[in-house]
Design a binder for this molecule. Structure first.
Ligand code: ZN
Length: 228
């Protein structure tokens, strides 16, 4: 019985997570439990379990007297999240440069070349770019060989995606050098930690600027706290 409950809750969790990350459920959208349970064809107990997981991940928030909703992003929250991402990824890059084998870095280079070529060829295909970009950054985090850091990386990345995926990527917002990921892996392969830090920092700050500019333009990030 418990096994079945666990499976149903996990399935509900995955389904809702997918819908949030694909922007089918939009920031601020209310998540009424009865209706969602009915939609998913499950009871409210496994649904509640799924909601708790989503809340722990930061994808859902509960508002007193109002209920659960898809998390709303203010510019401050987004900035804080990005600060976290920069801190984590400077460290994953550093450890990757120290710990990855030459063979692993060669494979990473192939992945980076493919990603940059894809970016060049189809800058509009944003959800594909975001998925492939996430896969490369994830691989760097795995090669850091630090399980707790990887866990935190995944958490920050999922939240970042939420804002990221709702943005239509246009060619003219890309201000980075033409092969940002190849440059990044070259820095890792040089094992020069200063170069690693500079290259990763530059890459992430470019992403921060692009995403922020687009998100503001599209009204995807709410007003600053204190602003109206
Ligand atoms: Zn990237």
């Amino acid at each position: 019985m418990e096994m079945v409950l666990e499976t149903t809750a996990t399935r509900a969790y995955r389904s809702l997570r997918h819908r949030i990350l694909n922007n089918d459920l939009k920031p601020g959208q209310q998540l009424p439990q009865q209706r969602l349970a009915k939609q998913l064809g499950i009871g409210t107990v496994p649904l509640r379990e799924a909601m708790v997981r989503l809340e722990c991940e930061g994808l859902v928030e509960s508002v007193p007297q109002w209920g659960a909703r898809v998390r709303v992003w203010t510019l401050e929250r987004w900035q804080h999240l990005f600060d976290l991402r920069v801190a984590i990824e400077l460290q994953t890059a550093r450890l990757c440069a120290e710990r990855a084998t030459d063979r692993e870095l060669e494979e990473l280079m192939i992945q980076a070349s493919e990603l940059d070529a894809f970016l060049d060829a189809t800058p509009q295909d944003f959800s594909q770019i975001a998925a492939r970009d996430a896969a490369l950054h994830q691989r760097i985090a795995e090669l850091a060989r630090s399980p707790l850091l990887l866990e935190q990386f995944e958490r920050a990345h999922v939240l970042g995606q939420m804002v990221y995926l709702t943005i239509r990527y246009t060619a003219d917002v890309i201000q980075e050098p033409p092969h940002p990921h190849v440059d990044l892996v070259k820095a890792l392969a040089s094992r020069n930690l200063n170069l690693v830090r500079e290259t990763m920092q530059w890459h992430l700050e470019c992403a921060r600027n692009e995403v922020q500019a687009q998100a503001k333009e599209w009204g995807l990030i709410g007003p600053s706290e204190g602003e109206e």
